[in-house]
Write a protein that binds this ligand. Structure first.
Ligand SMILES: Nc1ncnc2c1ncn2[C@@H]1O[C@H](COP(=O)(O)OP(=O)(O)O)[C@@H](O)[C@H]1O
Ligand SMILES: CCCC(=O)OP(=O)(O)O
Length: 353
């Protein structure tokens, strides 16, 4: 008898999550954490596909999953062309755009291709839900300050919306919310009555530095570095997202270790941890301006919001703007499953990319 399982695959920059849901319940979930060396050994995101797939195969074996047990596979959506929110069938165009890197490289680009690989093995369909390129930005927010270059909406859409819904439930569309998602990458989003009208983009070199990303940099100094070191575009992308932030200062991407060292008296490490929190606080302030001060709640989420130190630091800077709630970790796995079930239960039609 089929176990009616949905396989959920979520490749993050510093970790991978995989889960099995069945009949509305989470059956099992595994967080696969990668070291900086493991991830750093690959030249490109595409090169990580086989390595990440083996880890998921191991998980499926551990859970004794057989052909016929799986009814659908869903992967986190990556950096494709800007699209509206919803559940999408993985198709050839999507896979090509994600693999080309035309819209950027990020671990989530592997979500659809990993989902398709397992869907092919199990003879079912592959989906993605609310990818990181969900675009609801108001027009003025697209202006960058240089003709020919536009700002774009790239943020932790799936989890930021899920975290907001976890706090506000069906009232989400009635409130103004700022969500700071702090994981391997950090994005901050301004939700006005359920629409994300502006973001501090989590990957294009804006805003706060993160465990492995630079965030915004002094442009002239960075331009000089590019010229002096004859950096290629690939090398620049890797510095901005992969080799930047806390990793560039300490060599570490695991914020639990960073915090432990900082609290044990390593003052350099503490300084870089505080610097990251300080920059996130500034991004929250920026989104408060976008919402013209009408902020009902600030939500801190992502793996780093498990840290009481980070949460208290941020509260001390931003709690004058609005009440702060914490949704530690992420709700991406549930949100991916829910998105697929809305399609399988015919409450929603799958969108075509
Ligand atoms: N209890 C914790 N305290 C501090 N940081 C944590 C904790 N748990 C996880 N993290 C950090 O959160 C980051 C990963 O967050 P996550 O949302 O899983 O990111 P991603 O999916 O981008 O890899 C890592 O730097 C990890 O060390
Ligand atoms: C903002 C793009 C998504 C992202 O950065 O995700 P991770 O933090 O999981 O790397």
């Amino acid at each position: 008898m089929s176990r009616n399982l949905v396989l959920v695959i979520n490749p993050g920059s510093t970790s991978g999550k995989v889960a099995l849901f069945g009949n509305g319940e989470l059956i099992s979930e595994k967080v696969i954490r990668y070291t900086a060396e493991e991830i750093g050994a690959f030249k490109s995101i595409n090169d990580q596909q086989a390595f990440r797939k083996i880890k998921i195969d191991e998980y499926l074996n551990e859970n004794d999953v057989k052909k016929g047990d799986i009814i659908a596979v869903v992967g986190r959506g990556g950096l494709s062309k800007p699209i509206s929110g919803g559940t999408y069938l993985v198709n050839k165009d999507m896979l090509e755009d994600l693999a080309s890197g035309e819209y950027g490289s990020h671990a989530s680009n592997l979500g659809a291709s990993l989902a398709q690989a397992f869907a092919d093995e199990y003879g079912v369909s592959a989906y993605t839900v609310d990818p990181v390129v969900v675009d609801e930005m108001h027009e003025i927010a697209r202006i960058s300050g240089l003709k020919g270059i536009e700002r774009r909406s790239v943020f932790h859409a799936l989890n930021s919306k899920a975290a907001a819904r976890a706090i506000l439930a069906e009232q989400y569309e009635k409130y103004n919310v700022i969500v700071a998602h702090m994981g391997g990458g950090i994005s901050v989003s301004a939700h006005q009555y359920g629409k994300v009208i502006d973001v501090v983009n989590g990957i294009d070199g804006e805003g706060a530095y993160s465990p492995e990303r630079t965030g915004g940099l002094p442009l002239i100094t960075f331009a000089k570095k590019i010229i002096e070191e004859s950096l290629s575009l690939e090398q620049i992308k890797k510095i901005l997202a992969g080799e930047g932030g806390i990793k560039s200062y300490t060599g570490e991407i695991d914020m639990r270790i960073v915090e432990e060292k900082a609290l044990a008296g390593d003052m350099d490490t503490k300084n870089y941890l505080d610097g990251m929190c300080y920059q996130v606080a500034k991004c929250i302030g920026e989104m408060a301006i976008v919402l013209q001060g009408n902020v009902d709640v600030i939500i801190l989420t992502g793996g780093i919001s498990y840290s009481a130190y980070v949460v208290e630091y941020l509260k001390s800077y931003v709690n004058w703007i609005a009440h702060v709630e914490v949704v530690p970790g992420e709700k991406e796995m549930e949100a991916l499953y829910d998105g697929v079930m809305r399609v399988l239960n015919k409450q929603e039609e799958a969108q075509i990319y």
